[in-house]
Design a protein around this ligand. Structure first.
Ligand SMILES: Nc1ncnc2c1ncn2[C@@H]1O[C@H](COP(=O)(O)OP(=O)(O)O[C@H]2O[C@H](CO)[C@@H](O)[C@H](O)[C@H]2O)[C@@H](O)[C@H]1O
Length: 651
C-alpha cells in the first residue's frame, strides 16, 4: 500500500482509483460550462470531477492497493489542491494540478527546463484532455467582432471560445469603443450590468461601468467610459495615436482586476481564484496591480497571471513622471522603471527615464507566452527583444511559445459567404471563379492564367512594406498581377495609390478602411485578396505568429514568406523532389530579408504555378489540410495554465 507523499510544495500526491462499473463515480472528462451546465448545477463553476472510490462504493484518500495492477481501473490524477462542495456540502469536484512525476521538471526555477525546444515538446506531448477547469479572464484592447485592428482582435475573439468549449469558465474584458460608425452596432447585444465602480488614478476618481454579453459560452465584458467614445480606431485616428492611451488602458487594467470580484455574471462572480491572460502592453498593468495592490491585502493570492506577447515592438512607454498617475503604490516604481540607452535619448539633458508597462508585466507575470515557438526564442535575442531581451532571458524558465490557431468555421472556403464560388481540398475548381471575380471587382484584366499575388496587413515597418515598395517595379516587369490591401503609414498609403495609377493593368492598392462602403462588402474586400489570389506575400521583418499565412493556406493560396518567427513555424518550404516525386511543403520561405531573395522566391513560385500545375495543386491541398484549429492551441494553453498554478505566485 502506497502512503500519501508530500512533495516539495507541500501538496499531497493523491493516487486515485476509478471504478468504471459505477457510473456515479465515473470521471467527467470534460465539463462544459455552457448554458446547459448552468441550468443543471445552478450556475456553479465546477471543476473537472475525478472520483475517489475504493471499489466498494466508498471513498478513500489516497492509497492504492491491488487495483493498481489493472491499468483500466487505476488512474493517477496528480496533486490534490483542494475540493469544491455545493450548497448542500456534497463534493462536486477536485482542484487538481498535473500528474505527479512531471512536477520535478516544472515546479521550481532551479529545475526548470530552459531550452525552448524541449519545453515546446513537453507542451505538445501532454495535451491530452481537459483535466482541470479554470476561471480564465482575458484582458485585451481588442476582441473581434467587437473591435479589431489586427491579429490581436482575431486571437482574443476566438481563443476564448475554444477554451470555453473545453469546459473553462471564460471572461473577456475589453473597452466598449464607440466611434459613431456602423461598427458601434457590434456592441448592441451587450447590456449594461448597472454596476459602477470608481477607479483612482490620474489624480482623481474615474467612474466606469460594465456591459455584458454571453455568447458562444463566453462572458464578453466591456468597460465603458467616455474616453472610449470617439472617432477612430481603438488606438488613434488619422492624426495618429491618441495622446491619452496610457490613461485609457490604465482604466482597462484597473477595471479588469475588479470585474471578477464584483460582477455576478450568470449569478456568480468569477471570484479570486482566476487566471488572468494579459494580452500585450495595454493589459500589462494587471499583473503589477495583482502584486502591488491586491495580494498585500490578501486578495488574489490564489490567482495567477500569464502575459501573452503578440508584439513586443509596442511596450507602452511614457515619461517617468506619469508613474504617479497609474494608481500604483510609489514603492513599486522599480517594476515599471525603464531607462533608455544614451544613444536613444533626445537631448543632452534627457536622462532617459521612463515607465514601461510591458516591462512591468514581464517582471510580475507568473508565466509568459508568445504566439509562436520561434518567437519565444527571438524575444530573448538582441535583435528581437526590443530592449527586453535580457529580462525575458532571465525568465526563460517560465517562457513558452504556442502558435495561434484560426477560426476554421469563419475561414472556410467551402462555405464562406464573401467569395464567389465555394471549393475544398477535394474539389479545387471553385478557386479560379473567385480569382476571376476579384479581377473583375478590382477592374484588372480578367486573366485566370496569370499569377495573382496578394498582400494584406498593416502598412508598417514590421510587415516589410519598404521591401515591397523597392521590389515592385522589377516584379511588375513580369506577367503578373499584384493586389495590396492595407492601411497605416501615410507614406506607404500614398505609394500604393501612386503605384496603382502607374501600373493600371497589373497593380491594385486598396487603402484600409477609408472607403465608404458597407461593412458587409468591406469584409468581402478584406478577405478577397487573400482568398482569391494564387500567392500571398509576407516579407515581415519580424512576425510573432502571423495569421494571414494561415488563412491563405486554408484557402489554397500559397504563401511566400520571410523565414522569421511564426512564419517559420507554420509554412513548410516546398520540395518538389520529396515524397517520391509528389513533393512536400506548403509554400516558400526566403532569407535573408532582401529584395533579391524575395524576388527569387516569388519567381520560383510563379514558375511553379505556370509550368507545374500538379505540383501547384499539391501545394494548395497540403496547405488546406493543415491543422490550424484553435482546438490544438487551446490544449497547449491548458498545459501552461496547469504549470502556472503549480508555482506560487511570482510576487
Ligand atoms: N488594412 C486592413 N484592413 C482590415 N483587416 C486587416 C488589415 N490589415 C490587417 N488586417 C487583418 O488583421 C489581421 C492581421 O493579423 P496578423 O497576425 O497578420 O498581424 P498583426 O501584426 O496585426 O498581429 C500581431 O498579433 C497577431 C496575433 O497574435 C500575430 O499573429 C502577429 O504576428 C502580430 O504581429 C488579419 O486578420 C488581417 O486580415
Amino acid at each position: 500500500m502506497e502512503s500519501l507523499a508530500i512533495n516539495r510544495l507541500g501538496f499531497f500526491k493523491l493516487p486515485i482509483t476509478l471504478n468504471q462499473r459505477d457510473s456515479a463515480f465515473r470521471p467527467v472528462r470534460q465539463v462544459g460550462f455552457g448554458s446547459c451546465w448552468r441550468r443543471r448545477i445552478g450556475n456553479r463553476c465546477l471543476r473537472v470531477v475525478k472520483a475517489v472510490e475504493d471499489g466498494n462504493g466508498g471513498n478513500k484518500d489516497g492509497a492504492v492497493e491491488d487495483e493498481k495492477e489493472d491499468k483500466e481501473e487505476v488512474e493517477e490524477v496528480g496533486l490534490f489542491l483542494g475540493m469544491e462542495r455545493d450548497e448542500s456540502g456534497s463534493i462536486i469536484g477536485f482542484n487538481l494540478s498535473p500528474h505527479y512525476g512531471r512536477t520535478e521538471v516544472i515546479d521550481s526555477d532551479e529545475d526548470a527546463v530552459t531550452d525552448v525546444q524541449e519545453k515546446q515538446e513537453e507542451i505538445e506531448e501532454d495535451v491530452s484532455e481537459t483535466k482541470v477547469t479554470y476561471n480564465v479572464v482575458f484582458v485585451t484592447a481588442e476582441a473581434a467582432p467587437y473591435s479589431k485592428t489586427g491579429g490581436l482582435g482575431d486571437v482574443c475573439g476566438s481563443l476564448p471560445i475554444a477554451l470555453a468549449a473545453r469546459g473553462h469558465r471564460v471572461m473577456v474584458i475589453s473597452p466598449r469603443y464607440l466611434n459613431g460608425t456602423d461598427s458601434d452596432k457590434s456592441f448592441a447585444s451587450a447590456l449594461d450590468l448597472n454596476q459602477r465602480i470608481k477607479i483612482f488614478c490620474f489624480g482623481g476618481a474615474q467612474e466606469v461601468s460594465f456591459f455584458h454579453e454571453y455568447r458562444d459560452g463566453v462572458d464578453w465584458v466591456f468597460i465603458d467610459h467616455p474616453s472610449y467614445h470617439r472617432p477612430g480606431n481603438p488606438y488613434g485616428d488619422n492624426l495618429g495615436a491618441f495622446g491619452d492611451n496610457q490613461f485609457r488602458f490604465t482604466l482597462l487594467c484597473h477595471a479588469a482586476c475588479e470585474a471578477p470580484l464584483v460582477l455576478p455574471l450568470g449569478g456568480y462572480t468569477y471570484g479570486e481564484k482566476c487566471l488572468f491572460l494579459v494580452n500585450d502592453w495595454h493589459a500589462g498593468l494587471v499583473p503589477v496591480l495583482l502584486a502591488s495592490k491586491y495580494r498585500p491585502f490578501g486578495v488574489y493570492r490564489e490567482a495567477r497571471s500569464i502575459l501573452v506577447i503578440h508584439n513586443l515592438a509596442h511596450q507602452g512607454v511614457e515619461p517617468a513622471a506619469s508613474y504617479k498617475n497609474l494608481g500604483l503604490p510609489q514603492e513599486w516604481y522599480g517594476a515599471l522603471e525603464w531607462v533608455f540607452p544614451t544613444w536613444a535619448r533626445t537631448h543632452a539633458l534627457d536622462t532617459g527615464e521612463a515607465v514601461n508597462v510591458l516591462k512591468g508585466a514581464v517582471v510580475t507575470a507568473d508565466r509568459i507566452l508568445t504566439v509562436s515557438e520561434a518567437y519565444s526564442w527571438e524575444v530573448t535575442t538582441i535583435e528581437g527583444g526590443y530592449g527586453l531581451h535580457d529580462l525575458l532571458r532571465s525568465r526563460k524558465s517560465v517562457l513558452n511559445g504556442i502558435t495561434n490557431g484560426i477560426d476554421v468555421a469563419e475561414w472556410d472556403p467551402s462555405s464562406d459567404e464573401h467569395i464567389a464560388s465555394h471549393y475544398s481540398a477535394d474539389d479545387l475548381s471553385g478557386k479560379v471563379q473567385c480569382k476571376i471575380s476579384l479581377q473583375k471587382e478590382l477592374g484588372l484584366p480578367v486573366r485566370p492564367e496569370v499569377p495573382l499575388i496578394g498582400f494584406i496587413g498593416r502598412l508598417d515597418y514590421q510587415k516589410g512594406i519598404d521591401l515591397i515598395r523597392l521590389a515592385t517595379p522589377e516584379l511588375l516587369q513580369d506577367d503578373v498581377q499584384f493586389v495590396m490591401l492595407g492601411s497605416g503609414d501615410p507614406q506607404y498609403e500614398d505609394w500604393m495609390r501612386m503605384a496603382e495609377s502607374n501600373y493600371r493593368d497589373k497593380f491594385r492598392g486598396w487603402v484600409g478602411f477609408n472607403v465608404p462602403i458597407s461593412h458587409r462588402i468591406t469584409s468581402g474586400y478584406l478577405k478577397s485578396p487573400i482568398l482569391c489570389c494564387d500567392i500571398l506575400l509576407m516579407p515581415s521583418r519580424f512576425e510573432p505568429c502571423g495569421l494571414n499565412q494561415l488563412y491563405a493556406m486554408r484557402y489554397g493560396t500559397v504563401p511566400v514568406v520571410h523565414a522569421t518567427g511564426g512564419l517559420r513555424d507554420t509554412v513548410e518550404n516546398f520540395n518538389p523532389y520529396a515524397g517520391e516525386g509528389s513533393g512536400e511543403g506548403t509554400g516558400w520561405l526566403f532569407s535573408p530579408l532582401t529584395t533579391e531573395s524575395m524576388l527569387g522566391a516569388l519567381r520560383t513560385a510563379m514558375q511553379t504555378y505556370r509550368e507545374h500545375k500538379e505540383s501547384w495543386e499539391g501545394l494548395m491541398r497540403r496547405g488546406m489540410k493543415r491543422d490550424f484549429t484553435w482546438e490544438s492551441a487551446a490544449k497547449q494553453y491548458e498545459q501552461v495554465f496547469e504549470w502556472a498554478f503549480i508555482d506560487p505566485p511570482y510576487c
